[in-house]
Design a protein around this ligand. Structure first.
Ligand code: ATP
Length: 291
């Protein structure tokens, strides 16, 4: 049986770091939402072992790959002796702050749950996924949610107002671990207004959603990579209504409520950045489907 699973990227509408925990992780509070920029994972059952292929040379091809590790986890946990071939059609830029690896892991978990009739609920899959990475539980469920703790405590939120998301990925990747290491909590003077963002989502208020975007990791990455600041400024100049860096970066996104403006922003940015995309905000609509 072959299964094809969609693995959408996420953006952070807000990202707040509350404090550093004794176990080394940070306690986070984030509003995350899925966007229609997705990898596709094709799963084919084989007689033994795990084989991985990807259309991108930028991802690891061994047990460092999160989709591969998801398959190892499922096989070990449920004593499955059958093998699996995983083909990753990569569209999400790698090491970009868009949770591409986590999305692939989550899609693999969902696909194997169906393929091998494991009968796991979304909650159980999300719990399993936490062992693979902090963003995996969110990616298992998709939609729009507040993520707290390491990212595993999820509270579903209303789907954001329909809009376009323009994404610009500078040529370099960013290591999430390094950004967290460079973050000095005493230097964080302003935090995102979670209540304000929740109000915007409840009221389907596009302008308020744009006003309430905030990410405490942004300054850390902006200081290290001036190109990110430059792209933010350009995006606003070309007409995006709200602009923010996603996750630990370096991808910058702009929210736009008209397709014509999204096209103008994309065309304007193309002179400065090779990887530019205009996609729809999904945030609850048909993401993560198994085809
Ligand atoms: P994070 O969830 O840490 O914010 P990110 O979105 O910034 O991650 P990813 O694209 O997930 O970035 O890549 C982070 C690292 O994970 C890269 O160094 C990459 O080599 C590794 N990785 C492992 N598996 C995958 C995968 N299936 N797709 C992309 N990257 C992967």
């Amino acid at each position: 049986m072959d299964i094809s699973v969609k693995a959408p990227a996420k953006i952070n509408l807000t990202l707040d770091v509350l404090h550093k925990r004794p176990d080394g992780y940070h306690d986070l509070e984030m509003v995350m939402t899925t966007v229609d920029l997705a990898d596709r994972i094709d799963l084919t059952e084989t007689t033994g072992g795990i084989r991985l292929q990807s259309t991108s040379g930028f991802v690891p091809f061994d047990d460092r790959n999160l989709a591969y590790r998801a398959a190892v986890l499922v096989k070990e946990r449920f004593g499955i002796t059958k093998g699996i071939h995983i083909l990753i059609h990569k569209r999400i830029p790698v090491a970009a702050g868009l949770a591409g690896g986590s999305a692939d892991a989550a899609a693999t978990l969902r696909g194997l749950n169906t393929m091998w009739n494991l009968g796991l609920s979304m909650e159980e899959l999300a719990e399993l996924g936490l062992a693979l990475g902090s963003d995996v539980p969110f990616c298992v469920r998709g939609g729009t949610a507040i993520a707290r703790g390491r990212g595993e405590q999820l509270t579903p939120l209303p789907t954001p107002p329909p809009c376009w998301v323009v994404l610009a990925k500078p040529p370099h990747g960013v290591s999430t671990a390094e950004v967290f290491q460079a973050l000095k909590m005493e230097k964080v003077t302003s935090h995102p207004n979670l209540e304000g963002m929740l109000h915007a989502l409840e009221n389907q208020d596009f302008n308020q959603m744009c006003d309430q975007l905030g990410n405490v990791l942004e300054n850390v990455t902006l200081e290290a990579y001036p190109k990110v600041r430059f792209l933010k400024e350009r995006m606003a100049t070309f007409g995006a209504n709200g602009v923010l860096m996603s996750g630990s970066g370096p991808t910058v996104f702009g929210l736009v409520n008209k397709e014509s403006v999204a096209r103008r922003v994309v065309n304007g940015l193309r002179g400065f950045c090779r990887q530019v995309y205009a996609v729809r905000m999904l945030g609850g609509l048909e993401e993560g489907s198994i085809e």
